[in-house]
Design a protein around this ligand. Structure first.
Ligand SMILES: C[S@@+](CC[C@H](N)C(=O)[O-])C[C@H]1O[C@@H](n2cnc3c(N)ncnc32)[C@H](O)[C@@H]1O
Length: 265
């Protein structure tokens, strides 16, 4: 791996520390969002897939279980250990690689699909990640991104959510809107087929702190942000209380795009 930048190092350290939380009982083990996206994509029966920022491997191992040849890649070694354990528990073969999303060590046109789920908001450079994903996809291959997002043209709500996320987990970098992701895709020869926001429940602020091991000081900061949330953020994210738990609904983006075929001549 080439030298990591400060954002990548922060994510690597954060997830190395927290890897034990990303096992089979984690909220991300429910891959119905992946299945819903796959239902709209036509893949070869045995596709070559790269799962970028695989974390505990929930997406990549699921794809391997469907019969695809999958490389699970991540920055954090301990997360790759969790992914390896999950693959072993399911009895599926996968390849594991340690590298950043912004620099993919594969030749052009290697994969039928590149996936990345609930991770891209940590990336230093979404632009480099998209350019690299497009480069390693075969013409006609698919790019599938699932990540926390914000609606287009909602700067107040976006800034509130950004402040909450970065206080909760300082390795958070930025949430991009569907329009911003789509523009990056189109600029890199990825033709966007769907870019949809689906609300996804944050079920309990205390649980949310635990997943990131948020410091005591930052928990206070997030509680203040929640107490003083602007009306637009309250409304858009349905911020509220349920049986003493603070809940809200994240907009989660599912974006699928196909690699443009080379234009003859
Ligand atoms: C929440 S987990 C991913 C969840 C997983 N994709 C799934 O479907 O269950 C986020 C992962 O992103 C990884 N990550 C963060 N920044 C990264 C980067 N720049 N390059 C590669 N991996 C990164 C972290 O190490 C962590 O394992």
């Amino acid at each position: 791996m080439t030298e990591l930048d400060a954002v990548q190092r922060a994510a690597q350290a954060q997830f190395a520390k927290q890897s034990a939380r990303y096992g089979q009982t984690h909220i991300l083990a429910d891959v119905s969002d992946v299945d819903a996206a796959l239902a709209q994509i036509t893949l070869p029966a045995r596709a070559r897939v790269l799962d970028v920022a695989t974390g505990g491997g929930h997406t990549g191992v699921h794809l391997a279980g469907l019969g695809h040849d999958v490389i699970l890649a991540d920055l954090a070694g301990p997360m790759l250990d969790r992914a390896r354990e999950l693959a072993a528990a399911r009895g599926v073969a996968v390849e594991l690689r340690q590298h950043p999303a912004e620099e993919l060590p594969y030749t052009e046109a290697t994969f039928d699909m590149v996936t990345c789920r609930v991770a891209a908001h940590h990336f230093t450079s979404p632009a480099k990640f998209i350019a690299e994903s497009a480069r390693v996809l075969k013409p006609g291959g698919y790019f599938l991104l699932i990540d926390g997002s914000v609606p287009d043209d909602e700067p107040v709500a976006e800034e509130w959510l950004h402040q909450v996320e970065i206080a909760r987990d300082p390795s958070h970098h930025r949430l991009l809107s569907p329009g911003a992701w789509s523009a990056l895709c189109e600029a890199n020869g990825l033709i966007v087929q769907r870019a949809e926001l689906h609300p996804f429940k944050q079920p309990d602020l205390e649980w949310y702190f635990e997943t990131a091991n948020t410091s005591a000081e930052n928990r206070i900061r997030v509680r203040e942000l929640v107490a003083n949330a602007p009306a637009r953020a309250r409304e858009l994210f349905r911020l509220g209380e349920e049986e003493g738990r603070i809940v809200w609904w994240w907009p989660r983006l599912t974006l699928s795009a196909a690699r443009r075929h080379a234009v003859a001549g």
